[in-house]
Design a protein around this ligand. Structure first.
Ligand SMILES: [Zn+2]
Ligand SMILES: [Zn+2]
Length: 203
């Protein structure tokens, strides 16, 4: 694993031209340790540019390509002009999930970017996909076995988003924990909801 990141310089930055090499290294290092479906993925360098320029939630890049892009995007000199409230202010990509943290007497919400993982503040009780704020259209579900997770669903645009209460589990790594919620994803899909942005495993 450590060898996969020799490409990263002291500041943690990865150059765009190094991404194909990083992609190949991530695949070589992680695939032998990964569960079946991730072991079979053969990443393609063309998906790097495609996912960056024209991200499509119905056709996400592979697990390895997204890891490589994340390493690049975190430090890339991207300057997003006038991002919308539901877009990452750094790279303009869609939110992957929500993070709730105790602030004062309540909880503040931040959305976490599906590409660079940066977080930005967002209004509570608002659908990040369509902007719905009607309390009757936004329904929150808790998930048995995952007390730190809430599912925010929107009946207006039929999307859902996971909210992670990080204070309830200090060991939580939201983007990793999200991949353990497969049963909840299946439940949401059966109800007709689509996740705003699929997780690293494409779910
Ligand atoms: Zn971003
Ligand atoms: Zn909505």
């Amino acid at each position: 694993m450590a060898r996969a990141f020799e490409i990263v310089d002291a500041a943690g930055a990865v150059k765009w031209d190094d991404l194909p090499r990083l992609l190949a290294k991530l695949r070589a290092e992680l695939a032998p340790l990964a569960p079946g479906p991730l072991r079979e993925i053969k990443p393609d360098t063309e998906e790097l540019g495609r996912y960056l320029q024209a991200p499509d939630p119905l056709m996400p890049a592979s697990f390895y390509a997204r890891l490589a892009l994340e390493a690049w995007a975190r430090h890339a000199p991207i300057q997003q002009q006038k991002p919308k409230p539901n877009e990452c202010p750094h790279c303009g990509h869609a939110p992957q999930l929500g993070i709730l943290r105790t602030e004062g007497n309540g909880e503040a919400l931040r959305l976490a970017c599906s590409l660079c993982r940066r977080e930005w503040p967002f209004r509570r009780i608002t659908c990040p996909q369509c902007g719905e704020t009607d309390h009757e259209k936004l329904v929150f579900y808790s998930t048995p076995g995952f007390p730190h997770v809430q599912v925010q669903t929107c009946q207006t645009c039929s999307t859902y988003l996971y909210l992670f209460h990080v204070d309830k589990d200090p060991a939580l790594v939201a983007e990793v924990d999200e991949m353990s919620l497969l049963a909840v994803d299946v439940w949401a899909l059966e109800l007709g909801y689509q996740k705003i942005w699929p997780n690293l495993a494409g779910l």
